[in-house]
Design a binder for this molecule. Structure first.
Ligand code: CA
Ligand code: CA
Ligand code: CA
Ligand code: CA
Length: 379
């Protein structure tokens, strides 16, 4: 090679090398949506703002899961406040929110994002005219899977009589469940245990997959539980929503939920009341507080009948009200049996006629459960 040409070539190469080394790094960074670098979910990335007008673009694609995404910006070494803007598309008009991290500060946001969608992020100086953030920062996008869907449509089926733990993964999480009652005449005990949630958590029972059909509420404070017993329709699907109890709190953590069936041995209304035989003791139970048990019996001949109510294990006094018809206004007598005692009444009744009896606690403010017996004898 010609010596002179060789010299020229070397100097050209050196000039290019020097030029490259002194050119602002921003020219090589991805400075537009189209050249955004891809972020790996659940991995922190370190990057640098080279000068006050540097903007770094990133993109990430959400998974097919129903997930929350925590986006965190750490201002590890930048000399001034830096900001992060999340976009739902490769277009500056699609901004969703902005995070701002002061010097040595951190900012984050956790929320549900659409499944299988590419989002964009820009990290930059939020105050172009006055700010001067130069230096390193860290950025991460963490997927947090939600165990239970946030809507009625995809609600999780609950198995009766089984306590299971679930999770409120992030503030704003709503977990929807459903369960179907049995063919029995039953009460259902609903229990919400706030096992590890950081704040008060609530549960709402709905009779349909529709938030206007609210039936009852449970509220469990931190490290406590709430339970309620309710009579539900047979073979019906009910819905349950677990979420924050109050708009101002932000519960996160594990809770436990259970629906327990408590069979009732007699209906709570005249309709389908249990038929009692004459001269035969029938033993039943007030299965839960506020249980009412309805019975009917048919007289043989016209005459005097003695009806005995024995309070066998009830913890307080109970009543048996006798009706001449399946109608609450037609009561003809009341027998009261105190705790562990029995009491009778003798009535003149019509022949071959159906009478009704309702057994319940004596006072609505008592909480009475336990067994009792009823006997109807012709004198
Ligand atoms: Ca959840
Ligand atoms: Ca959820
Ligand atoms: Ca009962
Ligand atoms: Ca009952």
């Amino acid at each position: 090679m010609d010596k002179k040409f060789e010299k020229t070539l070397i100097s050209i190469i050196l000039t290019i090398a020097i030029l490259i080394s002194i050119m602002p790094a921003t020219i090589f960074a991805a400075d537009s949506f189209s050249t955004a670098s891809t972020l790996t979910l659940n991995e922190a990335l370190s990057d640098t703002l080279e000068n006050k007008s540097d903007v770094n673009y990133y993109k990430f694609t959400t998974s097919a899961n129903d997930s929350f995404y925590k986006i965190e910006l750490r201002n590890t070494e930048a000399t001034d406040t830096i900001s992060l803007i999340l976009y739902s598309g490769d277009d500056a008009t699609t901004d969703i929110y902005e995070l701002t991290a002061n010097v040595a500060g951190v900012d984050s946001d956790t929320r549900k994002l659409e499944q299988n969608r590419t989002y964009y992020i820009a990290v930059k100086n939020p105050y172009v005219y006055v700010g001067n953030p130069i230096g390193n920062y860290k950025l991460s996008v963490t997927e947090i899977k939600d165990d239970i869907a946030d809507n009625f449509k995809n609600s999780q089926s609950l198995t009766l009589n089984k306590k299971v733990a679930y999770n409120l993964e992030a503030d704003g999480d709503a977990d929807y469940f459903k369960f179907t009652t049995t063919a029995n005449n039953s009460y259902y005990k609903m229990e919400l245990a706030n096992s590890e949630v950081t704040d008060t958590v609530g549960a709402v029972l709905y009779s349909e997959d529709d938030s206007t059909t609210r039936m009852l509420d449970l509220t469990a404070d931190k490290s406590s539980l709430d339970s309620k017993i309710i009579k539900l329709e047979k073979k019906h699907t009910y819905y349950l929503l677990v979420e924050k109890a109050y708009s101002y709190n932000s519960p996160i953590g594990m809770y436990k939920l259970s629906i327990t069936e408590i069979k009732d041995d007699a209906p709570d209304s005249f309709n389908s009341s249990i038929k009692l035989s004459l001269n035969k003791k029938g033993t039943y139970k007030l299965n839960v507080d506020n249980d009412v048990d309805y019975f009917k019996f048919k007289t043989s001949k016209k005459g005097s009948y003695t009806i005995t109510l024995a309070n066998k294990s009830g913890n307080d006094s109970i009543n048996a009200i006798i009706y001449s018809d399946d109608d609450a206004t037609q009561n003809i007598a009341t027998i009261k049996a105190n705790k562990a005692l029995k009491n009778s009444t003798t009535l003149k009744l019509k022949g071959s006629y159906t009478y009704y009896i309702a057994v319940a606690e004596s006072y609505s403010y008592d909480s009475v459960t336990g067994s009792y017996s009823l006997t109807i004898k012709k004198k």
